[in-house]
Design a protein around this ligand. Structure first.
Ligand code: G1P
Length: 292
């Protein structure tokens, strides 16, 4: 069985990015020259994903627009000879097949994922949370899928987080660590620091077997009064193994403005030709010079 489908929940209100999110969805805010969601789709494409299901809120139109063919702009770029940009724009439509499913009410991440059940059907699938951007040569999703093929079950991405992050994330209770793969005993959503089994936080990448849906249908609201994906995973762990993959690529929490700025600087420093000018400018900023 090959994993070809991924779910990206994007129905959140994006309140941390107000006032920008009055008119654009959070995932459409650019990092350098492309919306953050573009990078997530590239990671999935590199992992062999061919179909993406966006879970959107009823009013989220700007995301749909991004994937519409634009013959007018394509003709303009062709005329101007801007062929690299033309290729990038055409690739957006051709990389993967996109579907949209509407989540009518914001009842939690678990509830959002449950909305994809009719399209996922009986397949194992990937969930990617777009607030977590991961940059690297190898797609982290691809690495997780490889682990799944060797050890079928639930696969999570994980990283060590500082104490102040523990109560904001899903946290892993590890059973056994083997290099960067951790056998997981249980997971708990947003625990108080004193009750947390570790500082290993779940980062927004999951490989999930279809059995997750029956768990999502039967669990009660958990942390924040919401249907939590972490609770469904914890329940499913009674029936199958769960491995957390401690990835090594660079991770950015772009759910905060600071994380978004860091991700933009990172992308700018690896993109020619602007990286050279940016480095020179960064070195010339008086405030940075004074503190160094
Ligand atoms: C969600 C998940 C949480 C995970 C986090 C990663 O939380 O519920 O388990 O650790 O994403 O970003 P949220 O950011 O929606 O509060």
């Amino acid at each position: 069985m090959t994993i070809t489908k991924a779910v990206i929940p994007v129905a959140g209100m994006g309140t941390r990015f107000l006032p920008a999110t009055l008119s654009v969805s959070k995932v459409m805010i650019p990092i350098l020259d492309r919306p953050s969601i573009h990078y997530a789709i590239e990671e999935l494409h590199q992992a062999g994903i061919t179909e993406i299901i966006f879970i959107i809120s009823p009013d989220q139109k700007s995301i749909k627009d991004y994937f519409q063919p634009r013959p007018d702009i394509e003709a303009l770029l062709k005329n101007r000879g801007e062929l690299e940009l033309l290729k990038t724009i055409q690739a957006i439509q051709n990389l993967v097949h996109i579907n949209f499913v509407t989540q009518e009410s914001p009842l939690g991440l678990g509830h959002a994922i449950l909305q994809s059940k009719p399209l996922i059907k009986d397949e194992t699938f990937v969930v990617l949370l777009p607030d977590d951007l991961i940059f690297g040569n190898e797609s982290t999703t691809s690495e997780m899928i490889k682990i799944f093929y060797k050890t079928p079950g639930i696969i999570l991405a994980a990283k060590e987080v500082p104490d102040e992050m523990v109560s904001k994330l899903g946290i892993i209770d590890p059973l056994d660590v083997n290099n960067n793969q951790i056998k997981v005993k249980s997971v708990i959503e947003k625990p108080e620091l004193q009750n947390a089994p570790s500082n290993l936080g779940i980062v927004g990448r999951y490989v999930l077997p279809k059995e997750i849906f029956s768990k999502l249908e039967s669990i009660q609201p958990g942390a924040l009064g919401e249907i939590q994906l972490t609770d469904a995973i914890d329940s499913l762990m009674n029936e199958m193994s769960c491995i957390a993959y401690q990835f090594t690529s660079d991770h950015f929490d772009i759910g905060t403005p600071l994380g978004l700025v860091k991700a933009s600087v990172y992308q700018s420093l690896i993109r020619e030709p602007i990286n050279t000018d940016l480095e020179i400018w960064l070195k010339s900023i008086p405030q940075l010079k004074e503190n160094s």
